[in-house]
Design a protein around this ligand. Structure first.
Ligand code: QZP
Length: 408
């Protein structure tokens, strides 16, 4: 975005002059989130000329009013009615009804609770297999890096298997995820650096959206079956497969990585989980609230609209800070406490409304199975060194998480 395209500060709106996509705020977002919530229900950020909300209630309002706050102008900083999208628009993410509805209907059928019942057994076996290997390493006294060894390994195995991809080249899924989640932010160093490798990665992704690359019966093939049935065109099918490959890996990798970090840094919570592994699902949910993998995304106003009494003109970009809403003291008692005993119903980590995460049943399944499998095998889980972060404009991501896992 060039400086002269940034709108002037509107009268009467609190101003917060920070760069939420700077390395400093991405590395340590919570003090900034507190300032954001304290400054007002909606604030203006002059650096990008955007409205920003970090309180639970206005975030919920924005995400539940898809007519006033549209997605077809992009859910990143870029306004697609003023600049071309960096890649062909997603048929589901960057769409409004009625187009969105057609795509959503297909994906929610493929990712239904019935599907989860069908895949649960194989996902559980894979979790057991992976964690048995980790247990052996722990018995040999090895320090395990929880990021590649668990958080990346598990989703990279089970999800592409379910989509129906072969096993070669899956590292492209992580590179692609890093790029597209950076691309929801400004064209800063992070985006420029992850986009340097974009050409071969995008070529790999698009090639693997073709029907011939997808095992019959898998999630990817089921999209082509929907095209066969006339629900979408044959040209749209690979684009919907692209949504699986865009949204299905980096999100759960970081959801699981962040959950491991929460448990390694909260020994009382881990002790409770170890004593009762049936808390795994709730523990994963609390980690989504406490360390939301997807920290933010945008909407664009379709008309002049008032949010908590603050008028915003048509065509405004509105940043919803999900991670800040998830620690809003107006919504949660003791929000900065990681408490696996709470049921964090209404957290915003999966979004809300018609665009709420369509894959959330699969994400929860993966999180539950990994946390339950760890809880059963290990008496304690401790940091064996300083974790390092992978900064990303949208994701809260770890680069490494050295763990000492003490077998039960
Ligand atoms: C990414 C797509 C948190 C969301 C922005 C994740 C996401 C969802 C969908 C797609 C990509 O359809 O490409």
């Amino acid at each position: 975005m060039t400086t002269d395209s940034v709108p002037a500060a509107p009268a009467g709106v609190p101003v917060l002059d920070v760069d939420p996509f700077s390395n400093a705020l991405l590395a340590d977002p919570y003090p900034y989130h507190e300032r954001l919530r304290a400054a007002g229900p909606v604030v203006w950020m002059p650096k990008y000329g955007i409205y920003v909300t970090g309180r639970h209630e206005p975030v919920r309002q924005v995400l539940n009013d898809h007519e006033s706050y549209i997605s077809s102008a992009g859910v990143g900083l870029a306004n697609f009615s003023k600049e071309p999208p960096f890649r062909p628009k997603s048929l589901i993410l960057e769409a409004d009804p009625p187009n969105h509805t057609r795509a959503r209907t297909i994906l929610s059928r493929i990712l239904s609770p019935r599907t989860v019942a069908q895949i649960r057994e194989s996902f559980a076996q894979e979790a057991d297999h992976l964690l048995d290997g980790v247990l052996e390493a722990a018995r040999r006294g090895e320090i395990v890096d929880g990021v590649p060894r668990i958080a990346e390994a598990y989703p990279l195995k089970v999800f592409p298997d379910a989509v129906g991809l072969g096993s070669d080249g899956r590292e492209n899924l992580l590179l692609y995820g890093d790029m597209i989640f950076n691309a929801f932010g400004p064209r800063n160093e992070l985006l420029i650096r992850s986009a340097e490798k974009v050409q071969p990665v995008t070529a790999w992704i698009m090639a693997h959206c073709q029907r011939a690359m997808l095992r019959p019966g898998g999630f990817g093939d089921q999209i082509y079956q929907a095209a066969d049935a006339g629900e979408i065109s044959q040209d749209e099918a690979p684009m919907l497969v692209r949504s699986f490959l865009s949204a299905g890996v980096d999100t759960t990798v970081n959801g699981i990585g962040n959950a491991l970090w929460c448990l390694a840094t909260n020994p009382e919570a881990y002790a409770r989980l170890h004593a009762d592994p049936s808390l795994a699902r709730q523990a994963f949910e609390e980690s989504l609230r406490y360390e939301s993998a997807v920290q933010t995304f945008f909407r664009t106003t379709s008309r002049e609209v008032e949010l908590t009494g603050i008028p915003m003109p048509a065509g405004s970009k509105v940043l919803t800070v999900l991670a800040a809403a998830n620690r809003d003291e107006r919504q949660w008692p003791d929000p900065d406490r990681f408490d696996i005993g709470r049921r964090p119903t209404g957290h915003m980590a999966f979004g809300s409304g018609i665009h709420g995460c369509v894959g959330q049943v699969v994400a929860r399944l993966e999180g539950e199975l990994i946390l339950a499998g760890i809880a059963k095998r290990f008496a304690r889980i401790e940091l064996a060194g300083e974790p390092t972060r992978r900064l990303n404009n949208t994701l809260r991501a770890l680069a490494s998480l050295p763990l000492r896992l003490i077998p039960a």
